[in-house]
Design a protein around this ligand. Structure first.
Ligand SMILES: C=C1C[C@]23C[C@@]1(O)CC[C@H]2[C@@]12CC[C@H](O)[C@@](C)(C(=O)O1)[C@H]2[C@@H]3C(=O)O
Ligand SMILES: O=C(O)CCC(=O)C(=O)O
Ligand SMILES: [Fe+2]
Length: 366
């Protein structure tokens, strides 16, 4: 990872160079209305922890209305965007800074709590708020359908997971609208600037939709990064940390990141994060555990996980402090191998920007 220093005339936030994706692989695709959907969803969640969902039932009109309103919002002067939504703390409008622990990316965003289908920021333009509420209502249903399919695929009660998020009083639903302007580096420099750094999503699942501009990449279990070709008519589903725990590690939360767009197009993505109520206990579902199977995690509440998560950096392994390591009394079994690390990352997964090879000109996100 390489930091590129901005000229002194603009805000001194270093841009972080994103290593290139080094593989191509087919992203699992599931027709949510097909008879075998539950098995296909479970397969994808067990394998990559990520899939593309088609036949989701969300009208194109709803998606396009939000895209148009969001693009109009991001085209406003920076001060107006701040006045209308407040600075992200963590909800609100943010530019370049992600969270409050030093992560940066080449993007601006709106992060909103949408529990009970009410966008909690009252000063947003009414047309944007209406589009967000209509979109959220539709995508919440996609989340609910996927959670039913996951439960069916796991062989547990169909409504078990859905009921933790959809229609559950106090469930913690967020919507994030990310706008990635084209790569800030001037040609002929090869871009590859980080839009949104490597991380897993903390919730149960996330449901993402983007415009036709590429940039999202996922990390396969073998450590290779693969680009996700944009599919504006589809949604992408991520397994989150909470689902990893609920399934006792059968499903693993997927690492993903975004590289700033090459060329002239901006990337616009909207992500619905399905989180449970603060008091929800997060522990392996008894129904998925085999006889004698040990829990890999100590039980915690969603409130506890969120408190811990807001103290972490994006790339941190957030579940680490909640893992129970089985004490190994059999001296014939070798200890697990050390985690594979990026050459510029320390063992805890925190990536340090490296000194720039040369100074580069950058433009500013407005
Ligand atoms: C650096 C951070 C941003 C984040 C909160 C955190 O401290 C660690 C998790 C981050 C993340 C990643 C997925 C979602 O975009 C997000 C909203 C979330 O729930 O966890 C962000 C958080 C954020 O931007 O506040
Ligand atoms: O913008 C994207 O495509 C993904 C962003 C993301 O992973 C997030 O907001 O958590
Ligand atoms: Fe994410």
């Amino acid at each position: 990872m390489v930091a590129i220093t901005a000229p002194s005339s603009i805000e001194q936030i270093p841009l972080v160079q994103c290593p290139r994706a080094n593989a191509s692989a087919a992203i699992p695709c599931v027709d949510l209305s097909a008879p075998g959907a539950a098995a296909a969803v479970a397969d994808a969640c067990r394998g990559v922890g990520f899939f593309r969902a088609t036949n989701h039932g969300v009208p194109a009109r709803v998606v396009e209305a939000l895209e148009a309103r969001a693009m109009a919002f991001f085209a406003l002067p920076a001060q107006e965007k701040l006045d209308m939504s407040g600075a992200a703390r963590p909800m609100g409008y943010g530019s370049k800074r992600i969270g409050s622990n030093g992560d940066v990316g080449w993007l601006e965003y709106l992060l909103l709590s949408v529990s009970a289908n009410t966008v909690k920021i009252s000063s947003l333009p009414p047309s944007l708020r209406a589009a967000l509420e209509e979109y959220t209502a539709a995508v919440r249903e996609v989340c609910g359908r996927v959670l039913e399919l996951i439960a069916e695929g796991l062989g547990v009660d169909r409504s078990l997971l859905r009921a933790m998020v959809v229609g559950r009083e106090g469930s913690d639903e967020l919507v994030r609208v990310n706008h990635y302007p084209p790569c800030p580096l001037l040609p002929p420099v090869d871009c590859g600037v980080t839009g949104f750094g490597e991380h897993t999503d903390p919730q149960i699942i996330s449901v993402l939709r983007s415009n036709s501009t590429a940039g999202l990449q996922i990390k396969l279990r073998d450590g290779r990064w693969v680009p996700v070709p944009p599919a504006p008519e589809s949604f992408f589903v991520n397994v989150g940390d909470a689902l990893q725990v609920l399934t006792n590690g059968r499903f693993k939360s997927v690492k993903h990141r975004v590289v700033a767009p090459e060329g002239a197009q901006s990337r616009l993505s909207v992500i619905y994060f399905g989180g449970p109520a603060p008091s929800q206990r997060i522990a392996p579902l008894p129904e998925v555990m085999r006889d004698g199977e040990q829990s890999l995690y100590r039980e915690f509440t969603w409130a506890e996980y969120k408190t811990a998560m807001y103290k972490t950096r994006l790339a941190d392994h957030r579940l680490g402090p909640f893992e129970l390591r089985a004490t190994n009394t059999n001296s014939c079994v070798p200890p697990p191998p050390p985690p594979s690390v990026d050459p510029y990352c320390n063992g805890s997964g925190i990536c340090m920007p490296q000194p720039p090879p040369q100074q580069q000109q950058v433009a500013e996100v407005h």
